[in-house]
Design a protein around this ligand. Structure first.
Ligand SMILES: Cc1cc2nc3c(=O)[nH]c(=O)nc-3n(C[C@H](O)[C@H](O)[C@H](O)COP(=O)(O)O)c2cc1C
Length: 442
């Protein structure tokens, strides 16, 4: 594994001293649990929320929702029982950061959860990790035990009147289990199926119908540093509307697929050239899925776009959980989109008919185009199905699949039409980028 210490401001989540060893001793040696000690010895729950609010932290699980807003809602309920939940599911193709954080800095996630629970008045937390990630489960269970033995979890944490336990919940590996209400269903012992919303979001009716904070594991890891270093320090990196750093996963057709923590707003071109080694030899960049497939395509001409929520949204795509999949000139966007369409078809839980039928239909239509069996009507049908299904399920999966194919038609109309001709190259299989990474830069 490649290790590279960044110049300039030190990374927030991925310091080499934490990475070497996921133990409590090494986390504390690097300043871990200082934020919790500070909060429990002198800050009220409302002060903690204020600090998170002042930091401008936005959730790192996909939507970029302001973290403090969620917490305020949960803290504001009269219901005495509340929960905090950490989403460590990480199913988006191209995203690898959460598994990395779980493996390398589990205590930072726990510390953020404890702070959240203190802030919103919860006495029970649940950290969701997939059954397909046994190493992560082991690491988290060990970290939990260490935290209990050190008085950082359990009754009267660090001698205060605040008590909390956190369950390491081993849940289904399905993509849909990462959707927050499906995850809550799984925590309650049912199959992971998203709940309808509105009217009720987890902040009002979450786990066991109680107000619940659900945050991504990286979001919690940032909270720990915000409370130890202060919100102003957090804001020194990133942009005014997207402050702080994020762990970017870069995979696909680059010289060096990589995981690297950088300030939000970092230009995509610099990330790809300075950290991922540029395009494969003899190739140029063709396009990017900057937020995994769920936010659609960013064409190569927009390579100078800053990697943050609003700039990417203005280009018709998004940051998501910062899993960047790169297509080189040797990759086929149509074949890649067909594979993503299959991913959505298989990932749909099937409870909403428009999603079950729509994702299946989009995959079938793309498959026929990719294999040279399509006609102009096939393209028209894709347009219609995508338009028809958008926003019509209990969760965002259906809309993500629609955006993905719409952005293919928008950015590569000639290529899609070209696929209507039979081509022996295609029947032999066109190249699609691999969604994995093999280096860490921290
Ligand atoms: C189909 C689908 C899958 C999702 N998968 C994940 C996931 O694996 N991890 C995650 O943190 N959020 C995932 N989300 C987003 C969550 O629903 C939720 O917004 C997030 O956990 C909130 O945390 P944050 O505010 O800290 O970002 C998914 C959403 C959808 C629609």
């Amino acid at each position: 594994m490649d290790m590279f210490v960044m110049e300039g401001p030190e990374p927030v989540l991925t310091r080499a001293d934490l990475i070497a060893d996921p133990s409590l001793a090494s986390y504390e040696k690097a300043g871990g649990y200082a934020g919790l000690r500070r909060a429990l010895s002198g800050l009220s729950p409302a002060d903690v929320i204020e600090e998170v609010k002042a930091s401008g932290l936005r959730g790192r699980g996909g939507s970029g929702f302001p973290t403090a807003l969620k917490w305020e809602k949960v803290a504001g309920h009269r219901v005495p029982v509340r929960y905090v939940v950490a989403n460590g599911s990480e199913g988006e193709p191209g995203s690898h950061k959460d598994h990395f954080l779980i493996s390398r800095s589990p205590h930072q996630i726990l510390e953020g959860m404890i702070l959240a629970a203190y802030a919103v008045g919860a006495s029970q937390g649940h950290l969701f990790v997939k059954e397909s990630f046994p190493e992560g489960i082991r690491i988290l269970q060990k970290a939990r035990q260490e935290a209990h033995s050190a008085g950082l979890l359990g009754e009267n944490i660090l001698g205060s009147s605040f008590s909390l336990d956190i369950e390491i919940f081993v849940g289904p590996a399905a993509y849909i289990a990462g959707e927050e209400t499906a995850l809550l269903e799984a925590l309650e012992g049912r199959p992971p199926r998203p709940r309808p919303k509105p009217p009720f979001y987890p902040t009002e009716m979450g786990l066991f119908k109680k107000p619940t904070v659900v945050n991504n594991v990286e979001t919690y890891a940032h909270v720990a540093r915000i409370l130890s270093d202060g919100p102003a320090r957090f804001r020194e990196r990133g942009t005014p509307k997207s402050p702080g750093t994020m762990i970017f996963s870069v995979s696909g057709s680059v010289v060096r697929p990589v995981l690297v923590e950088l300030p939000l707003g970092f230009p995509l071109r610099r990330l790809l050239e300075e950290y991922a080694g540029g395009p494969l030899p003899g190739e140029t960049f063709q396009c990017f899925f900057t937020g995994g497939p769920s936010f659609g395509i960013l064409p190569a001409k927009d390579i100078d776009t800053p990697l943050e929520y609003d700039a990417l949204r203005a280009k018709g795509t998004g940051l998501g959980s910062a899993g960047i999949i790169v297509l080189g000139s040797g990759d086929c966007p149509v074949a890649t989109s067909r594979d993503f369409a299959l991913f959505y078809e298989k990932g749909s839980c099937g409870q909403c008919p428009p999603c079950r039928l729509g994702t299946e239909s989009l995959h079938g239509l793309l498959e026929s185009i990719e294999s040279g069996e399509g006609s102009p009507e096939t393209i028209e049908r894709i347009r219609k199905v995508a338009e028809m299904i958008k926003g019509r399920g209990n969760c965002g999966l259906i809309t993500a699949s629609a955006y993905m194919v719409q952005s293919l038609l928008q950015h590569f109309p000639a290529l899609v039409e070209g696929h209507l001709e039979k081509d022996s190259r295609r029947s032999a299989g066109e190249r699609v980028p691999s969604w994995h990474y093999d280096h860490f830069v921290g």
